[in-house]
Design a protein around this ligand. Structure first.
Ligand SMILES: *Cc1c(COP(=O)(O)O)cnc(C)c1O
Length: 380
């Protein structure tokens, strides 16, 4: 089945006999047993719920995994994943990882006895140099947020295999429509389903997708024990969002490319970070491992005043955290997603008071460019 057909038809499972075209929302916490010692396959919604099961099968198929698990947020998925590890274990992570993941590692995982090293994972030798006896996993994001660094997933997967390490890839930015890390050798794919999979800025969700049945079973056990699962209604919103994933991403990417080219011509814009630009250092790797470049871009303006002016003047584009939805959002990473990272560390990565991040939505490209133009002071 092709990707877009899976987006529409998800799983083959039918849970009712009415012929309902839309998967029912099984808003039930618990399920009755037909007889002593028997089960319909569903006992209690923390362990599994039909609406969630349908969604999980859909996402597993989209990522070419053996199983997927749906969580109440992306961070709930990362938290559950961290329970695979034990005190003393060491994890190597991208130094440009989503700020919330780094906050979790710093404030919670470290307290629980895990240790972390951060490195530019596009530098394989630097990554290799950090592997020690206690290392259990490598956690990468590609492209990264907000600097758009690209890591060669296949190369890192090779290194991980050699050393017996689990490779975790946060695939939120590109989604399986553009990139399938499990096919490139990753063991676990992570998603903030809040972003492109949901796609409408209306619900939080998270996913873990795995390529190994034993690992799936371990995570299912941890998940039902912790209980950070996705509700039936939110599962249904995700099922609905995924139906239009390919269409949304194609259009959003097309608009992102137009905006990128426009931004490059603006005197007040000093740099544009987008992996689809041939001059971007990750361009060739992106072309090798992904079928698209996505619809996220960052840009650096000439001064903090210009950055502030854009944030305050945009009308169609909204100044808000998050990404991947039909509404275009502009973010000030320094004050929002990356506020918890010490200033010196943040600035060294390029995340300063002149950097803005844009999540391109589904409005017309012309209107978005006009909006940015008037915000930059160029009039309409
Ligand atoms: C948003 C995000 C997360 C966290 O997901 P939530 O759904 O907000 O909990 C993790 N990784 C990336 C890349 C994200 O953008």
């Amino acid at each position: 089945m092709d990707f877009s057909t899976i987006c529409i038809h998800g799983s083959d499972k039918k849970y009712d006999s009415t012929g309902a075209i839309s998967v029912p929302i099984f808003q039930s916490a618990t399920f009755a047993h037909p007889a002593v010692g028997e089960s319909t396959g569903f006992d209690y919604s923390r362990a599994q719920n039909p609406t969630r099961e349908y969604l999980e099968e859909t996402v597993a198929r989209l990522e070419d995994g053996v199983a997927a698990l749906a969580f109440s947020s992306g961070m709930a998925a990362v938290t559950t994943l961290m329970e695979l590890f034990s005190p003393g274990d060491h994890i190597i992570a991208s130094d440009d990882l989503y700020g919330g993941s780094i906050r979790l590692f710093h404030h919670i995982s470290e307290k629980n006895g895990l240790s972390f090293d951060y490195v530019d994972t596009s530098d394989l030798d630097a990554l290799k140099g950090l592997i020690k006896a206690q290392t259990k996993a490598v956690f990468i994001e590609t492209p990264t947020n907000p600097m758009m660094h690209v890591t060669d997933i296949e190369a890192v997967a090779g290194l991980c295999r050699q050393h017996g390490l689990l490779l975790i890839v946060d695939n939120t930015f590109l989604t399986p429509y553009f990139q399938k890390p499990l096919l490139l050798g990753a063991d676990v794919v992570l998603h903030s389903g809040t972003k492109y999979l949901g796609g409408h800025n209306d619900t939080l969700a998270g996913f873990l997708v795995v390529s190994d049945a034993n690992l799936a079973e371990k995570l299912q056990f941890i998940s039902k024990t912790i209980g950070a699962c996705l509700s039936p209604f939110d599962s249904w919103l995700l099922i609905r969002g995924i139906k239009t994933l390919p269409l949304r991403l194609e259009r959003q990417q097309e608009t992102a490319i137009r905006i990128t080219n426009w931004l490059k011509q603006q005197a007040q814009v000093e740099a544009v970070y987008y992996p689809g630009l041939p001059e971007h250092p990750g361009y060739e790797i992106s072309r090798k491992q992904a079928s698209g470049f996505g619809a996220m871009l960052s840009f650096k303006v000439d001064s903090a005043e210009t950055a502030r002016k854009i944030l305050e003047r945009v009308r169609i584009i909204q100044y808000a955290e998050s990404l991947g939805g039909v509404e275009s959002l502009i973010t000030y990473p320094m004050l929002q997603t990356h506020a918890d990272i010490p200033e010196e560390e943040r600035t060294a990565k390029g995340i300063d008071d002149r950097l803005l991040r844009l999540s391109v939505g589904l409005e017309s490209a012309n209107d978005l460019i006009k909006d940015l133009s008037q915000a930059l002071g160029g009039g309409n």
